[in-house]
Write a protein that binds this ligand. Structure first.
Ligand code: BGC
Length: 265
């Protein structure tokens, strides 16, 4: 079964159909620029363009950079403030005509890593940290997601941690790898003190340069780079959608039922 995975980010909105059985993209992903200002209607319009491009008429899983409960947006750290209080699920369903499941973007990327990437089969406490424009976190206990952890916003040195240690801060402030690694290390040590994870998976834009900083971290737990990189958000959005009950169209479901009945009798 295919679900269209959509990953909404601050600069780009990416999508591709995902084979839920294997967790692999069916075709190459497409990326469109995030509209500016990224208001709810404008973003919904871009998502509709992607849906039309793939001629997709079935279910859609969508990662979104905010706290999401029951399809509704509760925060807006790095997105247009007008999202707060928006029922994103209904908006996207109305605009595209397709059923949606929406989850936090870091939760989506984390799910992909846990199901088909660096955390596959890992039990215990695993923390996935995405380092990009902001800091996203996804917390797993025995493979089960604790959603919306938002641990990128803990306070370090009197500041919101993501405004001090995100990958975007390294780029904007032109920090050396050494200086930024010290900041990241301090952040991860705090995560370790709170959660005692057996494994930390580093995802997001910074993960492709993992050789520049992971070997120099001193946090006392296993730290590995994400395996799915750019595609984690799309794959995890689709897998998350499937885990939350998105299923194939009624017709396909009926066929599956008919097949099952046939094989039993
Ligand atoms: C947001 C999170 C998001 C993270 C990564 C943070 O600013 O609060 O919801 O997961 O950025 O995009």
């Amino acid at each position: 079964m295919d679900i269209l995975g959509v990953d909404v980010g601050g600069t780009g909105i990416k999508a591709a159909p995902v084979d839920i059985a294997t967790g692999q993209l069916r075709t190459e992903r497409i990326r469109l620029l995030t509209p500016r200002p990224a208001t709810p209607d404008a973003v919904a319009g871009t998502i509709a363009e992607l849906v039309t491009h793939f001629q997709h008429t079935g279910p859609i899983g969508c990662g979104f950079p905010a706290v999401i409960r029951w399809g509704q947006v509760f925060t807006a750290a790095n997105i247009d403030k007008s999202w707060i209080g928006t029922d994103a699920q209904h908006l996207f369903e109305r605009t595209t005509g397709c059923p949606f499941q929406i989850l936090n973007d870091a939760d989506a990327a984390g799910l992909a890593e846990m199901r088909v990437g660096a955390g596959k089969g890992r039990m215990g406490t695993v923390l996935v940290v995405t380092l990009g424009t902001g800091i996203g976190t996804a917390l797993f206990v025995d493979g089960n997601l604790v959603p919306n952890t938002e641990l990128g916003h803990i306070e370090i040195k009197g500041r919101d941690a993501e405004t001090w240690a995100a990958e975007s801060v390294r780029e904007q402030k032109r920090l050396t790898w050494k200086k930024w690694t010290r900041r990241l290390d301090r952040y991860l040590r705090a995560m370790h003190a709170y959660l005692w994870p057996e494994l930390i998976i580093i995802g997001g834009g910074a993960s492709k340069r993992h050789d520049r900083f992971i070997p120099n971290l001193t946090v006392d737990t296993e730290v590995v780079p994400a395996q799915l990189r750019n595609e984690a958000g799309i794959i995890g959005a689709a897998l998350g959608g499937a885990e939350r009950g998105l299923s194939s169209s009624g017709a396909t479901a009926a066929l599956q039922l008919a097949d099952a009945a046939g094989s039993q009798g």
